[in-house]
Design a protein around this ligand. Structure first.
Ligand code: AMP
Length: 228
């Protein structure tokens, strides 16, 4: 891994719902002092703020369908123009199609202005039974959108947000039927995304059916080994 201070670093974490990509992205973002850009969060913010975009995408998200590629890229592009992204970002939930991967490459080239850029692409692998179990235990704060595991870890269920005390709710798209459909969409799209990055960068497979810390350690060790 290069330590060049000015080098832009982009870490892409691919994985189905419940694979722990949000958690891993947050951890990597903190470690590398990069912004954590979750396209799901960006979209949910639009929906909660009732923007025009939010109204366009609310129903798609509720059904677990993908938002159109060009619109999704526009939203992410706007976010990447903010100063905190000038040295890179950890991308959570993007790209979700080969077209998004192509659009992202173009966007990074344009924003990069010829600066050296490193990229790592991780694919988190978790069995479907674990996905369903993890998502069934997931709750979000009805007010700030922060994600929690329903089980507090002390044999008790967590009912309120530790940031603002608001009640926790189940995300509309975390209901079992919708999760299965989201996993199916992920499985349909992932071969083309992996093919795209396999040609350009190494795709690093991570067995994420393990403790959170273990998966992060594995990712960090692969980053150190890779020659990006
Ligand atoms: P996530 O929080 O990543 O699970 O995303 C929640 C939902 O937001 C997805 O099921 C899609 O409806 C939508 N979404 C998030 N990221 C993307 C993306 N890159 N492309 C299209 N739709 C997306």
């Amino acid at each position: 891994m290069s330590d060049t201070a000015k080098e832009r670093k982009f870490i892409i974490v691919l994985g189905p719902p419940g694979s722990g990509k949000g958690t891993q992205c947050k951890r990597l973002a903190k470690l590398f002092k990069l912004p954590h850009l979750s396209t799901g969060d960006l979209l949910r913010n639009h929906v909660n703020s009732r923007t025009d975009v939010g109204q366009q995408v609310a129903e798609l998200i509720k059904r677990g369908d993908l938002v159109p590629d060009d619109l999704m890229m526009q939203i992410l592009h706007r976010r990447m123009l903010e100063p905190d992204s000038s040295f890179g970002a950890v991308l959570d939930g993007f790209p979700r199609s080969a077209k998004q991967a192509r659009l992202l490459d173009r966007c990074l080239e344009e924003l990069g202005n010829g600066e050296p850029t490193s990229m790592w692409v991780f694919r988190l692998i978790v069995p479907e039974s674990v996905i369903i179990q993890r998502v069934a235990g997931r709750r979000i704060c009805g007010s700030c959108g922060k994600t929690f595991s329903h089980n507090s870890g002390e044999g008790k269920s967590r009912l309120t947000c530790d940031a603002d005390g608001s009640p926790l709710v189940v995300r509309d798209d975390d209901r079992e039927g919708t999760v299965r459909s989201r996993v199916q969409i992920f499985e349909q799209q992932i071969p083309a995304i992996v093919a795209f990055y396999s040609e350009r960068h190494k795709v690093i497979d991570i067995n994420a059916d393990c403790a959170v810390e273990e998966a992060t350690e594995l990712m960090l060790s692969k980053m150190c080994l890779s020659s990006n």
